[in-house]
Structures are given as C-alpha cells and as structure tokens.
Design a protein around this ligand. Structure first.
Ligand code: BTN
Length: 249
C-alpha cells in the first residue's frame, strides 16, 4: 500500500552524516509535510542527548518532516505517536508485541529495537522525527557497548526483511497516527500508548538534567504526554523531558 502524504517526497541516500541534518535543510527550503530522508548508512547518526547512534547498513535510518498546526499543542505527544507507529509496524509485519518505554523507545523482550529522536528546526518550526530501527542485524553486528541491550527485527523473526518495504510501512503507520493526532484525538494517542507501554507502574530513576535524578514510581502520563513520577515522599513530579536510567524492581 502506498503512503499518501501530501506532495510526498522521499530522498534515498547511500550515505549521509545524519538524515536529521538533511531533513532540517529540506525544512528550511520549504519542503512539504511528510518529506522523508532515508540513508543506508550514517557517518554521524545521533541519538537523544547527542549520543552516537549506531548506523551501519542493515538498519532503517529515516527522518520525517512534520509541520503540525502552530502554536503546536502538546509536542510531547508527537514522539509518543511515533513510538506507537513503530509498534503498529512490528505487529503488522510479524506479530511482534513491542513495548513502549517513555518517552519514545521501542523494546522487544527487554531490548531496544528502535529509537526516536524528535528535533525542531528553529527557523521554520518544523518537527523532524528521526527514526532508527534495527532491521537486519545479527547480534554480532552490534558494537560491544550496545550488543547486550539491542535487538533487531531479523533476530526476532529469524529472517531478513526488505528495507524499502519496512520504510514504507513506517511511513504509512506514522501518517495514520499523525492523522489521528491532527484530528485532535490526543486522548486516543495517550490511551493507546498506555496500552502498550512498559514504563508505567515501574520504579524509575529519571535523569532530567546534568546531575538531576528523580527516583520513584512512574504512575501516569499527563495530558501533554509528560511522565508523572511519585517520589519516595509521595510527591508527584512532572517530568517533561529526560531519560529513564536503571529501573529497580
Ligand atoms: C535514541 O534512541 O537516542 C534516538 C535515536 C534516533 C536515531 C535516528 S536514525 C535516523 C535519524 N538520524 C539520526 O541521526 N538520528 C535519527
């Protein structure tokens, strides 16, 4: 099934520094919503908190340009919906039931299969959703630092997958979830995310700035998609952005 983003534009590159950078350029030059940049490999792929993102050939490395209505309501929901879209794709392709970790990691059997990076292009206000999915890697392909924590679609299904077909499936799922969002079905995005999440109800340590860590139980999401954590004093803290460190049982 073809994806019908308006005035669609898909750029496929053999190699880029980062698909995020190229999508930012496209945003500045007025490219339309849904424009997508894909690279077989990235020499400077980046993750959240400016971390290096493993980007060898065999993964789906893509960035999608969004221009949500401004002023943008609840941007945090956009990254939740991207995780949901990946959840949809994995379920459709191979009946995998992925778990969503706040804010936007996708896990299968306790290992990360996909990371999502949401950035805003300053001048145009466009949102660039960067999506990295481990598709055709074997465990030995991952670098030592992440080998124990990463998994791929191939490892889950025992077979290689056609990257362009996976890319198209991701675009379709994203478009469908984004349509919901634009139609103001925010509550639906939230409730669907909660249905498939692996964060709520667990004890978490949330790093939300240099040296700032909150420990407590992840109890809910706010209507904006922020994480509500009840600390040991029973106070509820709202985490707008951050990273979940080791969880305790
Ligand atoms: C994370 O989990 O930290 C987010 C990882 C996002 C990686 C993707 S791969 C495509 C796009 N280009 C990048 O440089 N990063 C994102």
């Amino acid at each position: 099934m073809r994806v019908s983003w308006p005035l669609e534009l898909v750029e496929s590159h053999t190699e880029l520094a980062s698909t995020q950078n190229r999508a930012m350029e496209l945003a500045r030059s007025g490219a339309s919503e849904g424009s997508t940049v894909i690279a077989q490999t990235q020499s400077a792929g980046r993750g959240r908190f400016a971390r290096v993102w493993f980007s060898k050939p065999g993964g789906l490395w893509m960035s999608v340009l969004l221009r949500p209505a401004l002023p943008m309501e609840r941007p945090g929901l956009l990254s939740l919906l991207a995780g949901l879209a990946i959840h949809d794709v994995l379920r459709n392709i191979s009946s995998i039931e992925a778990g969503l970790k706040w804010p936007n990691d996708v896990y299968v059997e306790g290992k990360k299969i996909c990371g999502i990076l949401m950035e805003q292009e300053a001048r145009s206000g466009a949102i660039i959703l960067g999506i990295g999915v481990n598709v055709n890697f074997l465990q030995a392909d991952f670098p030592d630092e992440i080998r124990a924590r990463a998994v791929s679609l191939r490892m889950c299904t025992g077979q290689k997958h056609d990257l362009p077909a996976v890319a198209e499936a991701v675009r379709l799922a994203l478009w469908q979830r984004y349509q919901q969002f634009q139609n103001k079905a925010h509550a639906l995005t939230l409730s669907e995310w909660k249905k498939h999440n692996i964060t709520l109800g667990t004890w978490v340590n949330v790093q939300y700035g240099p040296g700032h860590v909150i420990s407590g139980q992840a109890i809910d999401l706010s209507p904006e998609g922020f994480l509500l954590v009840q600390d040991r004093q029973g106070l509820t803290q709202t985490i707008t952005a951050g990273e979940l460190l080791a969880e305790q049982p």
